[in-house]
Every structure is written in structure tokens, then in C-alpha cells.
Ligand binder design. Structure first.
Ligand code: AMP
Length: 301
């Protein structure tokens, strides 16, 4: 496994793979690797001849009052994990190199960046879109791997790849969870024991509302109310948003009805638990919604 620290070495190493006719899979991360990250690495490993991982806590995706300075850094353990997973190349990004002196070029995915996390983190996706573009330009991989846990991010990345003709296949993976349902996240390390015990209620609330939807509840307003109610009952969870939106555009569903979710729906939550901001989501496919409507009308198969 090769470890490089400059964008130039990273690009050259990736060039080397490509010019030898090998397919390259790329997994961008901010480190503090856990099973969620490893699932992406394993998928890349299974699908590509060579796997590159970047580990870089990107400052431009954090707001001024956010947790950039306290974001967990576990470089040695991360490199060990990469080695164990058969990663070929690790890029340890350095800000002076990623953002060269005089830097002034941003990538902004306009509409998809506005709802959900874009509301309380207004510049977050500009930072994400910019660094992902930079990394994809350095690596020029055949495939890049992203987790559905950061669902909005995966849509933003798909959009920018298409809009900028980057020619990279974007692959996504299911959210990896702790046994009690909590979505794995580098930020979970910062939960106090009490907050850690509370946090799984987020996924339980998402699943309960997904079940309501599949049981025939079509009103988006009702589903949102149920979601917020479940999150807030019991205390300890401060809801930032609790939303049900079109799964492709992240826009409101026409007529406020799940029946109009032609692209499926995403049920998404951001919440603060013991001061730590957590996000999670579940998806409902358009077929599942149709099936639920049929059942509700007594036309079950
Ligand atoms: P991060 O290090 O948080 O920037 O995440 C790097 C990549 O890992 C992103 O594509 C995330 O969506 C993905 N990821 C983070 N947590 C999980 C998880 N629990 N399950 C699946 N993918 C994840």
C-alpha cells in the first residue's frame, strides 16, 4: 500500500494505474474510519483492479461554529484498516496543497444543496462539491463510492459529475448500522453514554414512519408530524429537520401526497443529541408506494 501526501503524487499514482489498463475505484473519506467506510472500500475492492482512498478533513464544508477543530483524527488506525482491506493507495490530504495559495474556484450544485442539511449548513455542500470535484480531477477514477447515509451528498455528487462531464461512475452503498440501529458515523465517538443510548431512537422513528407510509398513510404532513413526534417524545433529541421529500429532486411532493412520489421518497432527519449533530434517512421506492396504495384499496396481490 502506497501512502502519498500531495495532490501531485496522488494524481501520478492514479495515472500509473490507468495507463497500465487497470480499473480504479476511489473512496473519499474524512478518516476516523468505521465499518461504514469499510463497506465502501470492500465494494470498490470487489469491483475494481485498484482501490484508492483519500483521508482528508475538508475545512470548507464546516461552518464557522461547527466541529472542524474537534473532528476525530485517527490516522494510524485508518492506515492499518486500509492496509487490512487491501487498499492500494492512500492520499492523506493537506490543506495547503488541496487549497493552493490564491484559491478561488468553487463548485456549487445549486438546487440540491438548498433543502435539508443546506438549511442549517448553508455553505456545506459548496465545500463538499468543491473538494469532491478536486479529488475526482486528481484521481480520475473509473468509479467513486459514496454512502447513502449522506443521501443528499450522494445526489449532489451525482449531479456535479453529470454537469461537469467528469465521466466517473458513482456507486452508492446502504447505510451500515450498529446492532441497535444507530447509523455508524465518525461523530458517534463524541456521544456521551447518555446521548449514545438516546441516539438509536432516530432510526427507530424513521423506520416507524416508513412503516406508517407502507401501511397506507399518504399525507406528507401527517408523516412529518409523526416523525417529529416520535423523535421528540422522551426528550434528549433536538430536531433540526424531519422531512419527507422527493427522493431524486429533494423537492416537496406534489399535493403533499406520497402517491405523487414518482421517484420514490426520502424520509430524512438531522438532530442534535447531546450536542452532536447526527443525520440519518430511509428511502421508500416508488414501487413500494404503489404497492401500499393497492393494499390500502384492498387490491392486494
Ligand atoms: P465521511 O468520512 O463521513 O466523509 O464519509 C465518507 C464516506 O463514507 C461517505 O460517502 C459517507 O456517506 C460514507 N459513510 C459514512 N458513514 C456511513 C455508514 N454508516 N454507512 C455507509 N456509508 C457511510
Amino acid at each position: 500500500m502506497r501512502v502519498v501526501r500531495t495532490s501531485k503524487e496522488f494524481a501520478l499514482s492514479c495515472d500509473g494505474f490507468r495507463s497500465s489498463g487497470l480499473t480504479l475505484g476511489f473512496v473519499p473519506t474524512m478518516g476516523a474510519l468505521h465499518e461504514g467506510h469499510l463497506s465502501l472500500i470492500r465494494k470498490a475492492r470487489a469491483e475494481c483492479d485498484r482501490v484508492a482512498v483519500s483521508i482528508y478533513v475538508n475545512p470548507t464544508q464546516f461552518g464557522p461554529s461547527e466541529d472542524f477543530s474537534s473532528y476525530p483524527v485517527t490516522s494510524e488506525a485508518d492506515l492499518d484498516a486500509c492496509l487490512r482491506e487491501g487498499v492500494d493507495l492512500v492520499f492523506l490530504g493537506q490543506t495547503s496543497d488541496v487549497y493552493p495559495e490564491g484559491f478561488q474556484t468553487w463548485v456549487s450544485v445549486e438546487k440540491l444543496s438548498k433543502p435539508l442539511c443546506g438549511r442549517d449548513r448553508p455553505d456545506h455542500f459548496r465545500g463538499v462539491a468543491t473538494v469532491v470535484t478536486q479529488l475526482l480531477c486528481m484521481a480520475r477514477p473509473h468509479r467513486a463510492y459514496f454512502g447513502l447515509k449522506d443521501y443528499q451528498q450522494s445526489l449532489v455528487v451525482r449531479r456535479l459529475v453529470e454537469d461537469l462531464h467528469l465521466g466517473v461512475e458513482i456507486r452508492t452503498s446502504e447505510t451500515v448500522r450498529e446492532p441497535d440501529g444507530l447509523a455508524m458515523s465518525s461523530r458517534n465517538r463524541r456521544l456521551s453514554p447518555e446521548a449514545r443510548a438516546t441516539a438509536p431512537r432516530i432510526y427507530r422513528a424513521l423506520e416507524a414512519v416508513r412503516a406508517l407510509a407502507l401501511g397506507g398513510e399518504k399525507s406528507v404532513e401527517e408523516l412529518r408530524r409523526a416523525l417529529r413526534g416520535r423523535l421528540e417524545a422522551g426528550g434528549g433529541i433536538e430536531v433540526i429537520y424531519a422531512e419527507v421529500l422527493d427522493a431524486r429532486s429533494l423537492e416537496e411532493l406534489p399535493g403533499g401526497s406520497l402517491e405523487n412520489a414518482e421517484n420514490g421518497a426520502v424520509i430524512a432527519v438531522a438532530a442534535r443529541v447531546g450536542g452532536v449533530r447526527l443525520i440519518d434517512n430511509v428511502l421508500i421506492g416508488s414501487e413500494e408506494i404503489l404497492e401500499a396504495s393497492r393494499r390500502a384499496r384492498g387490491e392486494g396481490r
